[in-house]
Design a protein around this ligand. Sequence first.
Ligand SMILES: N[C@@H](CCC(=O)N[C@@H](CS)C(=O)NCC(=O)O)C(=O)O
Length: 317
Amino acid sequence: MSELIFHHYPNSPFSEKVRLIFGFKQLSWRSVTIPVIMPKPDLVALTGGYRRTPVLQIGADIYCDTALIADVLERIKPAPTLYPVAQDGLARTIAQWADSSLFWSAIGYAFQPAGMAAMFGHLPPQALQAFAADRAALRGDAARLAVPEATAQLNEFIRRIDNMLAGGHAFLLGAEATIADFSVYHGLWYVRRVSAVAGIFDAVPRLMHWMDRMAAFGHDQPAAMTGEEALAVACASTPVAGIDAGAHADFLDLHGAAFGDVVTVMPGDYGLDPVEGRLVVSTASEFAIEREDARAGTVVVHFPRLGFQLKKSGDAA
Ligand SMILES: N[C@@H](CCC(=O)N[C@@H](CS)C(=O)NCC(=O)O)C(=O)O
């Protein structure tokens, strides 16, 4: 198998989720640091337009969204597992809640004036304006949480998470970490790094000990790679699930889109940048489309089905 090439930046919470999964599974990886705001020309050459962070590349296969990335890492290295059989449904359901509701309450809380000053106070005004404009464009019409609501939610959420540890076990669902731990952790990590707002955890020392145990998984020690080098890897590789591989027996069509049809795929919530290509995977859990790129060559871009929307090209919006 080609190397695991991870496109991310240090302060990205969703990237921290995956970096710790690398540590948990003791997988080695290569690190490509991408820009925090648009433009991201090297990343977008690989993805075809998807701009969110992080993205996993394996040769000419490009995996978007951490829910899918976690599944792919599990396939590559099943032990230790993120999805113990008896807890699979519960762990995935908590993870989905954490990656949405919990994450946005953590971000809304961290972006109060004291948090903003601590995180961005060193930036020149133009850089701050560029960041704010980029994130406004990313969010589009998605609902925003005001600071008082975000604070109330986060307080209640961390009280509930702390309760999950009341049985004395080391991780949220028992003695071993599951995908629920990694998804709950990353938004809280983002807040706890900033001392101006980290006081919210003072009331829950047990939860802070759990966070320390999560941090102890570490990240492995990736060697750096440039975006240009990652593009060269894609160019030199053949995607595993390309058009030539034919349709999988589990091809699931809920859109009137057959194998090989030209479609667009994009997130359902924010960062609504459509990626166009020929549909080569459509299962209960995943879409993938093959596309050509002048810099990346033939690549297959994979998305989780949940949380993403597919349209046949030419269909009305
Ligand atoms: N559901 C996505 C969410 C990804 C996400 O929102 N990432 C943030 C950074 S942590 C982002 O893309 N921010 C804008 C950017 O990096 O351009 C996932 O699990 O990967």
